[in-house]
Every structure is written in structure tokens, then in C-alpha cells.
Design a protein around this ligand. Structure first.
Ligand code: 13P
Length: 288
């Protein structure tokens, strides 16, 4: 059964650890993440961007696949199926498709419009028992063609959005989607501390989890981050393992061309990355 992310994040915030959101792209991704979460007894959030949703033949297909997979694989840890960086229309589509959690990314709107649209979606989510993530201050880098400049969020605007009753808040603190450039200035912990002070118990979300050094992740968690998003790192692990399989000529041996064999090393590599992140975030064993 899919659950809202509210409970798992309230517990994470109180227990000073973070729950990982791992983005999915296909069946192998979903299976790898669910099996790892179950093995490690960790709560987990499956993230679906609008582009990935389209690629997987629509949000209805994704919701049906994830629901069926949690049943067939006997997954008993809490699993939230979450729309990542959703548009206003995308949020409604995911609600209809049966997602248990949505993100409305109104960070590119003027703050008043972001507030009004978020307010409306808070009511929708509350009525249906879904969790809702909002965003203030765009996250840097490129994701699905959306390019953000990585600005730091204004703590007062964060408070305005948090006060609407969202479940969790993504606030830009210099984080970037994708690989971090050599000259990256690092996370702005002053901004994070200030936001944390303003929003109190509200779980904060750190996007762009790929490539953030371990000490920065731990410090961010100590300052109120309870959800960390990882996407690119699983893609890189999958790609490296698949390349190694083909370059070693294994696809040419016996039935090595069978997709179940061809995709197996990449799937195992995703599992290893997810495990490493869950250990770092401190969510292992929290779904006992
Ligand atoms: P990365 O691709 O940098 O891990 O970021 C993922 C993310 O923030 C999804 O919203």
C-alpha cells in the first residue's frame, strides 16, 4: 500500500535522519529501490518527474506498476509515490492517477502566485490524505529541460509557504540538480539555519542529492533536512555497470543478450547506490 510521506518525514525530523527520495525511470529502477528499502527496513519515497512519467506511459501506468509491485514483492516498509517538481496541472493528474504524494514547484512564479496555487493544493492534498511538497527559491542545474540558477530561498517567503500547511518544503540553499561543477560554492548553511528557525517543525527537503559530500549531508540533516532527493547518481551507477558489462563482451557470450541479463548489472548498481545513500541518510532500520 502506498502511504503519504507525512508520517515518515515527521519521524525523520524528530529522529534527526532523512528519508531518501529516489527517482524512478522504469521497472528495473522501481524494483531495485523497493527491494533495497525492504532489505534495509527503510521508509522510501519514489520520485517521478513529469518527463519520467511521460516516458513510462503516463502517471496512471506508473501508479498501477508501483502499487502492483509493492504487493507482488511483499514490500512492507512505508512507500510514498511522489510527483517531483510538478506543475499545477501535473499535480491534479497525479492525484487522479493515485499518487500518495505530490510536489507543486511554484518557485518560478512570483511569490504571491506561488502562495495562492500552493494554498489551493494544500486543501486538495489534505482532503485526500496526501502529502504535499512546495518549493521556494529555485534549485540550480537542469532537470527535464527546466533550468534553475540555484539561488538561495528567502527565509520569510519560506515561512509564508510553510504556514499554508504544506507537508514538506524544498528551499534552495545553493544546491544544484545533476553533477556539481568544480567551482561550486557548497551549500549555504547560514541560509538553511535561518530557514529552519523560521519554519520550526516543518521537514525540509534537499534536492540535488547527487555528489553532495558526506559531511555536508550530515550537517544539512542536523539543521532540519528530513528528505533528500537523489536521481543522477543512480543513473550514473546504472550507466557505468551497463557499460562495463558490454565492454567486457558479456552480452556476446551465451544468452548474454537477454534483457534480463543485460540489465541485471545496472539494476544491482542502483541497489548499491540506494543502500549507500540510505546508510548515509540514517534511514536504515527506521521502518521496523
Ligand atoms: P540529482 O539528480 O542531482 O540527484 O537531484 C535529484 C532531485 O533533486 C530530484 O528532484
Amino acid at each position: 500500500m502506498l502511504v503519504s510521506a507525512k508520517d515518515m518525514l515527521t519521524k525523520a525530523k524528530a529522529g534527526k535522519y532523512a528519508v531518501g527520495q529516489f527517482n524512478i525511470n522504469n521497472l528495473e529502477w522501481t524494483k531495485a529501490i523497493l527491494l533495497t528499502a525492504q532489505e534495509l527496513k527503510s521508509p522510501v519515497i519514489l520520485g517521478v518527474s513529469e518527463g519520467a512519467g511521460k516516458y513510462m506511459c503516463g502517471f496512471k501506468t506508473v501508479a498501477a506498476m508501483v502499487k502492483a509491485m509493492t504487493e507482488e514483492l511483499n514490500i512492507t516498509v512505508p512507500v510514498a509515490l511522489h510527483l517531483d517538481h510538478g506543475s499545477y496541472e501535473g499535480c491534479y493528474k497525479c492525484v487522479k492517477a493515485g499518487f500518495s504524494s505530490i510536489m507543486f514547484d511554484g518557485s518560478h512564479y512570483p511569490i504571491n502566485e506561488n502562495v495562492e496555487k500552493t494554498r489551493e493544493l494544500v486543501h486538495v492534498a489534505e482532503n485526500l490524505g496526501l502529502s504535499l511538497e512546495a518549493e521556494v527559491g529555485s534549485i540550480g542545474g537542469e532537470e527535464d529541460g527546466v533550468i534553475g540558477m540555484g539561488e538561495c530561498a528567502d527565509p520569510d517567503e519560506c515561512k509564508m509557504i510553510a504556514d499554508l500547511g504544506v507537508t514538506m518544503l524544498a528551499a534552495g540553499i545553493g544546491n544544484i540538480h545533476g553533477k556539481y561543477p568544480e567551482n561550486w560554492a557548497g551549500l549555504s548553511f547560514d541560509t538553511l539555519a535561518e530557514i529552519s528557525k523560521k519554519v520550526g517543525d516543518m521537514p525540509l527537503v534537499l534536492h540535488g542529492g547527487t555528489g553532495i559530500p558526506e559531511d555536508m549531508i550530515k550537517k544539512a540533516i542536523s539543521l532540519g533536512v528530513s528528505k533528500i532527493n537523489v536521481n543522477t547518481e543512480c543513473q550514473l551507477s546504472f550507466q557505468a555497470a551497463t557499460r562495463a558489462y558490454i565492454e567486457s563482451g558479456k552480452d556476446l557470450q551465451g544468452k548474454g543478450f537477454d534483457p534480463r541479463k543485460l540489465l541485471a548489472p545496472g539494476t544491482e548498481a542502483i541497489k548499491a547506490t540506494v543502500k549507500e545513500k540510505m546508510e548515509l541518510f540514517g534511514s536504515v532500520g527506521k521502518a521496523q
